[in-house]
Design a protein around this ligand. Structure first.
Ligand SMILES: [Cu+2]
Length: 165
């Protein structure tokens, strides 16, 4: 084995090592950017919802995944309540002396999707139809995928640079 060949082999090892380092760094960066997108962006979203026979106003609540959702429920007529399917969030709003005039539920919208919420108190003939919708938009899929695309492009350029002959 000549000196030249040994040198070439050493170059190959260095390049391989550099490539592995770049890929490892990129993996960490992508994981970090996805994690921060989920951790840093939550907002507290406050909704004042009025219940009456037999509807909620507003009847559609839209938030982003990861948001802290606060719903303050009022009644405009009789006792009502709220139960959000899929989130196991529930509160009764019972009218009466010494009873609170509104109730608050607070939860983290950690799962995306469309969830029905419904009344928890039998409030009349159309009580079963007293429903609303909670829409939880998935957490910034565009931002995360764009960040990954940018990092991937930089990685591709770095690897090309490392392996140029
Ligand atoms: Cu009701």
């Amino acid at each position: 084995m000549g000196r030249r060949r040994t040198k070439r082999l050493n170059n190959f090892k260095k390049r391989l090592l550099a490539t592995i380092l770049v890929l490892a760094l990129a993996t960490v960066l992508i994981k970090l950017s996805v994690a921060t997108a989920q951790v840093l962006e939550p907002k507290v979203r406050y909704f004042e919802v009025h219940a009456r026979q037999w509807a909620y106003k507003p009847s559609v609540i839209e938030v982003d995944q990861g948001d802290i959702v606060v719903i303050n429920l009022f009644t405009d007529d009789v006792s009502h309540g709220i139960y959000i399917e899929g989130y196991d969030v529930k509160a009764d709003l019972i009218l009466g002396e010494g009873m609170p005039s509104n109730v608050t539920v607070k939860f983290k919208a950690d799962r995306p999707g469309v969830f029905t919420f419904r009344c928890t108190v039998t409030c009349g003939p159309f009580h079963p139809f007293m429903t609303g919708k909670l829409i939880v938009r998935p957490a910034t899929p565009l931002n995360a995928s764009m960040g990954s695309a940018v990092i991937s492009a930089i990685v591709a350029m770095a690897i090309l640079y490392i392996w140029r002959w």
